[in-house]
Design a protein around this ligand. Structure first.
Ligand SMILES: NC(=O)c1ccc[n+]([C@@H]2O[C@H](COP(=O)([O-])OP(=O)(O)OC[C@H]3O[C@@H](n4cnc5c(N)ncnc54)[C@H](OP(=O)(O)O)[C@@H]3O)[C@@H](O)[C@H]2O)c1
Length: 354
């Protein structure tokens, strides 16, 4: 993992809390306090769609929060393949305004809260998710996020690992628990288990008591998923998944969570028993074809109060290893995108903002 100089926002916050608060601070309503929030911030943004080179360091106004939003001093931002897609020109609907700050998730310290926010106060450690946020994403020193996209950092996580988790953690857990309803003792294939979502899905499925056959990419990917607890593992780009699946569950596997598409996924489908389940998050391409006797569920990770609570509980109970493959400083956001686009990331790439 690339080393980066860190001055943790958590550490800074602790130092600040050592001084005695003034009378005005002690009596100010929580919703109006803003801690050390400057007018301008550093952010990695694009002025037009294009290759990684369009992602450059900007100085931009700190977003102003509305009543239902939380302003987060970002410590760590996640970098996902969808960020690179957005940089290159994919946008969910309409056209974004430039300069556009990318980044769908991250973690940091609450710097200020809107007047209607009661669940958080300045100084809280939070992780958050906001997709295509019109006020700008997490590749910045500050981000304003609607309160339902924000949650307290689960016990035991530092801000760097918390910043890696929101999108992949919500998607992995919802795949295992909701889309597939994985039960104890079931035989499950996690296809693409060496990536961001997959490496957490594998650990959540194990925690639910499933037997997991992981497909990964390359010898290092296979070793990686075995280390994370897979009962068996194959290189899905080279090995015969069908044969491995037959040896793993002679009557067919109960469920497949797919984080990669294509012919190898078809082999996973072939390995399902009649009545088995396949789930994949939207974005997996090419999409698997529907099959008679197989329940196929496409889903999107949801970030709301219920799902944050479930994720927090699952992380605190299962204590999954959250693997940061590489961390880049904010000013090297373009290099982080090149890394994502090169592929073969074991775990998750992040940006260290502070
Ligand atoms: N809709 C939603 O809410 C949502 C949320 C999160 C993610 N997603 C989607 O879910 C997918 C996974 O996301 P992610 O962040 O986990 O991506 P990722 O980190 O790229 O993971 C995909 C993994 O699959 C591996 N892989 C590819 N072909 C394989 C094969 N034949 N056999 C075994 N492994 C194979 C890749 O290895 P190599 O890189 O070495 O090829 C990579 O490790 C993406 O399509 C993403 O868009 C959707």
């Amino acid at each position: 993992m690339a080393e980066r100089k860190r001055s943790s926002a958590g550490g800074g916050r602790q130092k600040r809390s050592m001084r005695v608060a003034s009378r005005a601070e002690r009596t100010a309503p929580v919703a109006e306090r803003r801690h050390d929030v400057p007018e301008v911030m550093r952010a990695a943004a694009i002025d037009r769609f294009g290759g990684p080179e369009v992602l450059t360091l900007h100085r931009l106004p700190v977003p102003v929060t509305t009543a239902n939003e939380v302003l987060i001093a970002v410590d760590t931002a996640g970098v996902g393949s969808w960020d690179a897609d957005m940089r290159a020109g994919w946008w969910p609907e309409g056209r974004p305004r430039f300069p556009l700050v990318l980044g769908s998730d991250g973690a940091g310290i609450v710097a200020a809260v809107g007047a209607r926010v009661r669940r958080f106060k300045p100084g809280d450690r939070v992780y958050a998710y906001s997709f295509a946020n019109p006020k700008g994403g997490f590749y910045a020193e500050f981000v304003a996020v609607a309160v339902e996209g924000v949650a307290p950092v689960p016990a035991g996580l530092d801000l760097e690992h918390a910043g890696a988790v929101p999108t992949i953690g919500l998607t992995a857990l919802q795949g295992v628990d909701e889309a597939l309803r994985v039960k104890e003792g079931e035989a499950v294939i996690v296809h693409g288990a060496s990536g961001g979502v997959g490496h957490l899905a594998l650990q959540f499925a194990k925690f639910r008591g499933a037997r997991v056959l992981a497909t990964a990419s390359g010898d290092d990917g296979v070793a990686f998923v075995r280390r994370l607890g897979a009962d068996d593992a194959v290189d899905g780009k080279k090995d015969e998944i069908a044969a491995a699946a037959r040896a793993f569950a002679s009557d067919g596997v109960d469920a497949v969570l797919a984080l990669a598409g294509g012919p190898a996924l078809t082999q996973c489908l072939d390995a399902l028993r009649q009545g088995g389940r396949l789930a994949y998050p939207n974005g997996v391409e090419p999409k698997p074809r529907k099959r008679r006797g197989i329940e196929v569920t496409a889903y999107d990770g949801v970030a709301d109060a219920v799902h944050w609570q479930r994720l927090g509980r699952a992380i605190e109970a299962a204590k999954p290893e959250i693997v940061i493959a590489e961390s880049f400083p904010l000013e090297e956001a373009a290099a982080a995108h090149r890394r994502i686009e090169a592929g073969h990331v074991l775990g998750k790439v992040v940006l260290g903002i502070r």
